[in-house]
Design a protein. Sequence first.
Length: 276
Amino acid sequence: MKPDALAASPVVAAAIDRTRPSAPVVELKGVTKTFSADSHTVHALGPVDLAIEAGTFVSVVGPSGCGKSTLLRLIAGLETPTQGSLLRGGAALDGPSREVGIVFQDHVLFPWATVLDNVLLPAEVMALPRGQALERARWLLELTGLKDFAGHRPHMLSGGMKQRTAFCRAMLADPKVLLLDEPFAALDALTREELSLELSRLWQDLRRTALLITHSIDEAVLLGDRLILMSQRPGRIRLDVPIDLPRPRDVNTEKHPRFIELRQMAREFLFSPASA
Ligand code: ADP
């Protein structure tokens, strides 16, 4: 077979493709964001360069107001960069997409709808086939221990259960990227830790690319493959380190010498004046 013909063979092409690193799921190049209101402008973020590979869990920690949520909203397509480019799956972003699921700090569940209907909410907007969406919603509720609460209304749920419902809703369309904006911030410490470990387990099963915004260094290290520390506003990436801790992670992970080392390093970095 001639080299050209060989290259045209679908089997060879697929093999070549596998040896080629795939485009990052998310890629930011020189991204900045400035908000203008009335007579003043706020330089909220950047410039930021960031590439996130498929299946990676990225944790982002930074001081309040440094632009973390802005970064997440840009990746979600809810904001547009002032400068720079933002690619998802190698293509320029044009607004929100079903390829991205978001969980916010506030669960934003509709009080009059049942847990199941809350999870199914995006189905219509995203034109998901009803039967398929229903099957997936039930599967997600089972996965998160909410199966028996499918018919309950949000006021009958604990804070942790409400956030689990929000997680199921974010995962309904089987997004490639899951964005988590301080998802546990409104929960008590015990529930927060319980849900962090549960998220770690779920993430390992579902293997989605995830980006977590958090104020908690412990949560960031416990969950992530990669720890990103940001500067004061305008937020820039000051440190980007791999979290080389074994998985699965559990309650004992926090006793791991590497966990303690990473936590200490992050604390020193964030609280040192030089990181501003
Ligand atoms: P963080 O999530 O790190 O707390 P944010 O991304 O929410 O920070 O905000 C970064 C900065 O941008 C803050 O000073 C905030 O007031 C400002 N900001 C965020 N969104 C807007 C907006 N829509 N209009 C004007 N300013 C904004």
